[in-house]
Design a protein around this ligand. Sequence first.
Ligand code: AOF
Ligand code: ZN
Length: 372
Amino acid sequence: MEAKAHIHRALQLAERGLGHVSPNPMVGALIVTPAGDVVGEGWHEGPGTPHAEVMALAAAGDRARGATAVVTLEPCNHIGRTGPCTEALIASGITSLVAATPDPNPLVNGSGFDRLRAAGLDVQVGPGAEAAKHLNRAFERHVTAGLPWVTLKMASTLDGKTAATDGTSRWISGAEARSDVQRLRAWADAVIIGSGTALADDPSLTLRDPALTHALSPLRVLVDSSGRVPPRGRLFDTAAPTLIATTERTPDRRLREWEAAGSEVLVCDAAPNGRVSLAGLMSHLGKRDVQGVLLEGGSTIAWGAVAEGVIDEVVLYVAPKLLGGADAPSVLSGQGFAPIGQALQLDLTSAEPIGPDLKVVARVHRDHRGAR
Ligand code: AOF
Ligand code: ZN
């Protein structure tokens, strides 16, 4: 059987869950007969709804007998909001399983494979593992550590600037990059910006791409340590909920104004520099089942997140433009790491053209995660 091709299809199905399965993982499943015919397809649509395997088995009906189930994630072997997929697979007469990855959920974590092997099924694990792990990196982080996966997204010119010296920044990158950001927002459960960006850009941080209308707009999180942002503008509309993370420095009057405007206000611990502790904020978000966080800037909060060691991944859209200007903001501000040997080490994941721009994805080197 062409396991790779089937897993590829199952991953496509899994992605249909983008933006509406959290805090569950995205999962896709196929039922393939010994002759190679796909007789059932399924994907997970969200908490409380059937798992991918169950949907695929329902489509296959009797044709599942003697067939292979191809899944992007280990079938569950526990009773959660729905019953165990292992039992459904065994009952259907499936005789073998191909799975891309184990389920990192401590409630599963290999026990699904064990159960199926004990029932006599042939179990193969591994094809497509890298892509499947990437798809559910936020689920894995959250289910194992109780913390969100944090992606820092920025757009800059080729010389690393995020705005001109007069503060204008629309639009540095092209339409294709901007629509890719919409996909990142659909992936995220929360989008974070700092007060400078809120004041300068009046962003809405919502999903507007018609292709993503089924996805939920993420929670909007404004980090404003001292109460600089008045309760006006798009962040205070009703398009999505807004959480404002602040510190005791903000006057009571401003806290009440924010609440009166419909925002939730969270008074957080302060980091040594007096700003909101981003590590504390991430742990709060993890507790409320935020799996994926997209940090959208600006350069002050981005630096804060890098310095506090809460970043997992960077997505940078680089426009082939030069702006210059010693005072023009760049991707990160703050005091910086010095000397050069102190730089935060990233591993390049990918670099590819997107419209006229370049999209660079890099992950914080494992040894550096949470190390600062
Ligand atoms: C699967 N197939 O399609 C999904 C799985 O509350 P429940 O019953 O929906 O269980 C959620 C857990 O099940 C989730 O944390 C993850 O470990 C697994 N998700 N497993 O076999 C699926 N979505
Ligand atoms: Zn399941």
